[in-house]
Design a protein around this ligand. Structure first.
Ligand SMILES: [Zn+2]
Length: 326
């Protein structure tokens, strides 16, 4: 593969990322390269008649002459100035782009993600900044609302995420305490394929069936456990088989929900081991992150990082968050 020092492909991402994470100029060039390739264009009008304003930068909102900084672009057609940050999740952030590069890299290469506290320690930024940064990155990883529905053999299951410490468990009664309820998460996963997770308000048949109808193609073969909420959904799909966990039946040939159970395990290990505590309000963003890692698990680390960086474009105003708890 041709190595020109810029293209972060399979072979040289390991060499180039550390530089982008330590040097601000290299980080800016990295983000510009990922966004525009070899043809930089205006973010306002799309014109390619643009040039770099060498020796200028915006410092505290003022255009100032600075040494060794070339972050600012100007369009000859619409006469507007811009930087690579405009129209991305890192717009209006004062955090240096090298920290963004590091956070993107870590978020895409660690199997269970990375905590904001770790980003804080490594990048030496405040916890508030690190949390803001990680939440923006998770927004960049949000699922594409126009993606096709799941097909083939699709396993559906639900799990509960929430406090598990003894002090939250009511003594003498079964189940979690009512005032600190666990959050129910529904998952639909293609065998050898994509995954969709979402927070659901309850596990009634109406909610579960509604979630399945929204996520799964009608020609798919459903596999679930014996939960009451899934009964009767089979008529709307090609087929519906279930395993009976209550009688210790976990697999009957290809009929099992072990892929879904495995995906729950990854989320739970991540929350226990990496994040320690996840608020219900932001849980859906963590689920997006886990989904992104699962859906792109067959890529190598460099390709996955680049995919997330490219997805950061145009996501800035996405305040209508799918799957959010209302
Ligand atoms: Zn322009």
């Amino acid at each position: 593969m041709k190595k020109d020092g810029h293209s972060l492909s399979k072979s040289n991402v390991i060499e180039d990322m550390p530089l982008a994470c330590s040097n601000e100029l290299a980080a800016v060039e990295f983000f510009e390269k990922q966004r525009w390739g070899n043809d930089p264009c205006c973010v306002h009008c799309g014109s390619v008649n643009v040039y770099k304003m060498e020796g200028f930068d915006v410092v505290n909102g003022q255009l100032q002459r600075v040494r060794n900084k070339r972050f600012l672009w100007r369009c000859k057609d619409c006469k507007k100035q811009y930087t690579v940050r405009i129209g991305t999740v890192y717009e209006e952030s004062r955090i240096e782009l090298r920290h963004w590069a590091y956070a993107f890299w870590r978020a895409c290469t660690s199997k269970k993600g990375v905590s904001a506290l770790e980003i804080k320690r490594v990048c030496q930024i405040s916890y508030k900044s690190a949390l803001f940064l990680m939440n923006r990155i998770r927004c960049a990883m949000a699922p594409d609302p126009y993606d096709t529905k799941l097909s083939g053999i699709v396993e559906c299951d639900e799990t509960y995420i929430g406090p598990r410490k003894a002090r939250y468990v009511k003594v003498g009664k079964r189940g979690p305490r009512k005032d600190i309820p666990k959050t129910a998460v529904f998952v639909a996963v293609e065998r050898q394929g994509r995954i969709r997770r979402r927070i659901i308000p309850d596990v009634t048949g109406e909610t579960l069936k509604g979630a399945i109808r929204e996520e799964v193609d009608r020609r798919a073969c459903l596999v679930t456990d014996e939960a009451y909420g899934y009964r009767g959904i089979g008529y709307e799909f090609q087929s519906h088989d279930h395993v009976n966990h209550s009688t210790r039946e976990y697999a009957r040939g290809p009929i099992h929900t072990n892929t879904a159970e495995s995906s729950h395990a990854l989320v739970k290990r991540g929350i226990v081991g990496i994040y320690h505590n996840v608020s219900r309000e932001y849980l859906h963003r963590y689920l997006w992150h886990f989904d992104f890692l699962w859906n792109n698990r067959k890529m190598n680390d460099g390709e996955r990082t680049i995919l997330a960086v490219k997805a950061a474009e145009g996501k800035r105003l996405m305040y209508r968050e799918p799957n959010a708890v209302q």
